[in-house]
Design a binder for this molecule. Structure first.
Ligand code: ADP
Length: 294
């Protein structure tokens, strides 16, 4: 089984013609709320891809917290290690501008909790893989990765949102899965290929995702494989990377070779971008298998 350590947020999404100026009030056209956070997205993607998932996370004592808990329960993600902490749930305020880029404010809330409970430790020790992103405190991820390594589990890190201090986690990381921007920022190199080579001198396996251009795999300072992307009519690429990682770890947990796991991940990413949302766009194992059989 897979343990996912990460954030759970309620996404509050508004759409408007443009961003308001300081001091200005403008009318938006739509408002929606939905479950989000990279941790929750990866947990749901892995679960839908067909593996038992323990989500190590924290929500607040507000209504958003109970909504996120119900959503995870409904998805079949294990929530024995989902804590409720007095105070607010993490939120992301996403401002979508017609025909423009999204502007996002994240408030960590309960995601800022940095201690590991006995239940968390048990969840980590009973899983063959532990996957984390950077929307929880680095000290927490460090402790969790050390426990996972101690128990012989494989650790997987998505270094997003990218943070230079994340290099501290590399000695405990078995598989690093940055996107192009993250790989470049983390390595200080000028392009994705050089970044992948450089990072793979510090981590066993580096899988750098390149959006519609697929992914490259590097080990020991060399690029050893490429993963083809599938052509897709993309409508919303939010969370493509999280879906990719979720499907990859699900396949690895089942005992697939890395190459097969990456083929499944690429298929899952291609399906996800044809649908709106992040977690809600993640495909099931049946959908991934059918896509690969086409
Ligand atoms: P992130 O969402 O973290 O920025 P990427 O954009 O690199 O990550 O996407 C992750 C993976 O999802 C890619 O490696 C690819 O397999 C798949 N993917 C992303 N965008 C597309 C697309 N437009 N068409 C097909 N596959 C895509």
């Amino acid at each position: 089984s897979v343990a996912v350590l990460g954030s759970a947020n309620m996404d509050l999404v508004t759409q408007q013609p443009r961003l308001p100026l300081p001091g200005e009030t403008i009318a938006g056209s739509t408002f929606t709320t939905g479950p989000g956070g990279k941790g929750l997205n990866q947990a749901v993607a892995a679960r839908r891809a067909g593996v038992e998932v323990t989500f190590i996370g924290a929500v607040g004592s507000d209504g958003f917290g109970s909504e996120l808990r119900s959503f995870l329960d409904h998805e079949g993600v294990g929530t024995d290690t989902l804590r409720t902490i007095e105070g607010p749930t993490g939120i992301a305020i996403v401002s979508v501008v017609d025909g423009g880029e999204n502007s996002i404010v994240i408030v960590a809330g309960a995601n800022g909790a940095d201690d590991i409970s006995a239940a968390d430790e048990a969840g980590i020790r009973s899983s063959s893989l532990l996957v984390a992103q950077l929307e929880r405190p680095l000290t927490l991820i460090e402790k969790a990765f050390a426990l996972a390594k101690d128990g012989g589990a494989t650790t997987v890190l998505t270094p997003a949102p990218v943070d230079a201090d994340a290099v501290r986690l590399l000695p405990f990381t078995d598989i690093l899965v940055p996107n192009e921007t993250e790989a470049i920022e983390l390595s200080g190199e000028g392009d994705a290929q050089s970044a992948a080579r450089a990072l793979s001198r510090q981590v066993g396996i580096v899988v750098t995702t390149l959006g519609a251009k697929g992914a490259i795999v590097a080990t020991g300072g060399e690029i050893v494989a490429t993963v083809a992307a599938h052509p897709a009519d993309a409508v919303d690429t939010t969370g493509a990377g999280d879906t990719f990682v979720g499907a990859m770890v699900a396949a690895l947990a089942r005992g697939d070779e890395l190459s097969a796991a990456l083929a499944a991940a690429s298929a899952a990413g291609a399906i996800a971008v044809t649908r709106f949302g992040a977690a809600p766009a993640a495909p099931t194992r049946e959908e991934i298998d059918a896509f690969l059989a086409e």
